[in-house]
Design a protein around this ligand. Structure first.
Ligand code: GLN
Length: 320
């Protein structure tokens, strides 16, 4: 069954979501990374990118914020591009931990089998896998080039955030070395951790994230640039990783209420994927207790429910 939605209806719903949640004051900026604590808490942007390349924006969709954990999806894509689906499953895994993003306990509990590139441990392991192994500068270039291709334009490193996070990432340092202890990291732990910290400090806009989501939703072909960024067969693999653990220990609640596989970051960004239809992103700094942006969640949930975007619905959506 096909359901057709008009472009005008999508625009109206995005505008409604923006107005409805703009003045919501729940949540609080992440404060364990000093830079993030000082970002204007009133910033709020929404961006959609349809698989035909059209984008729809509301609010601060052009503001560059710290991509943080959303970057885990992009580097997982790079590892998939370099190694293929099977090796990612073997070396890292695709399972939810059911625990917070930075859990050390998860590593101890699952030391005999891998988890997922979308929590800190798996993301640091993913950075360790990025080729060419052992070469920090070239690995970094591969990471940034991949982000640029997925988003259709270059990200920008927020130096102050990188410094702030590097000075305070003691928990992540433990994770990197614990992975070494269990032979689950594939390059130097400090080098891998530094790449992870740097990729989390990339500045990105909601519009760029929507385009990245649309590239995944569109079988790896960036609908804005027209470039086939990764093999179409990888798309469902990426979306399944995101659906399984995108909201960490609250992924089930999120999927149940929104029906959209999505990934969050403590910088306040969320990137959602509606296969064959669109990428949907929102950004607002105040986050809830699990590190997920309050307003970005509300906005995406509202748009998803109003337009019936739930990926588990039985109909195919076409926006015309
Ligand atoms: N860089 C952050 C960290 O490692 C990312 C966390 C997140 O966005 N959930 O703690």
């Amino acid at each position: 069954m096909k359901k057709t939605i008009s472009h005008a209806q999508v625009e109206k719903t995005v505008e409604e979501a923006y107005r409805k949640f703009k003045d919501n004051t729940e949540g609080k900026n992440a404060d364990y990374i000093p830079y993030l604590a000082n970002i204007d808490k009133n910033l709020f942007g929404i961006s959609l990118c349809l698989v035909n390349g059209k984008t729809i924006q509301a609010g601060d969709s052009g503001y560059r914020f710290g991509i943080e954990s959303v970057s885990k999806v992009l580097t997982a894509i790079l590892v998939l591009r370099q190694y293929g689906a099977e090796q990612l499953l073997d070396k890292i895994g695709a399972d939810a931990t059911g625990l917070p993003f930075n859990s050390i306990m998860a590593i101890l509990l699952e030391n005999d089998h891998p988890s997922t590139p979308l929590v800190n441990a798996g993301a640091i392991a993913a950075d360790s896998m990025v080729k060419p192994v052992g070469k920090s500068d070239e690995k970094w270039k591969a990471i940034v080039d991949n982000v640029t291709e997925l988003c259709g334009s270059a990200p920008q490193l927020i130096e102050e955030l990188y410094k702030s996070e590097s000075e305070t990432n003691f928990n992540n340092r433990s994770i990197a070395w614990l992975l070494k202890n269990f032979n689950r990291i594939y390059d130097d732990p400090d080098l891998s951790l530094d790449l992870y910290t740097r990729q989390c400090s990339l500045g990105i806009t909601a519009e760029q994230l929507a385009i990245c989501g649309a590239t995944i939703a569109n079988g790896g072909k960036n609908p804005v640039t027209g470039k086939q960024v990764f093999d179409e067969s990888l798309s469902p693999k990426i979306t399944s990783l995101v659906a399984t653990v995108g909201f960490y220990e609250h992924t089930g609640d999120w999927l149940y209420t929104s029906g959209i596989p999505a990934k969050t970051g403590v910088g306040g960004g969320i990137m959602g994927i509606v296969p064959g239809v669109m990428g949907i992103a929102a950004f607002a700094p105040p986050i809830d207790g699990s590190g997920n942006s309050v307003k970005a969640q509300l906005a995406i949930q509202y748009i998803a429910n109003e337009l019936g975007l739930n990926v588990f619905n039985r109909y195919f959506i076409s926006i015309e």
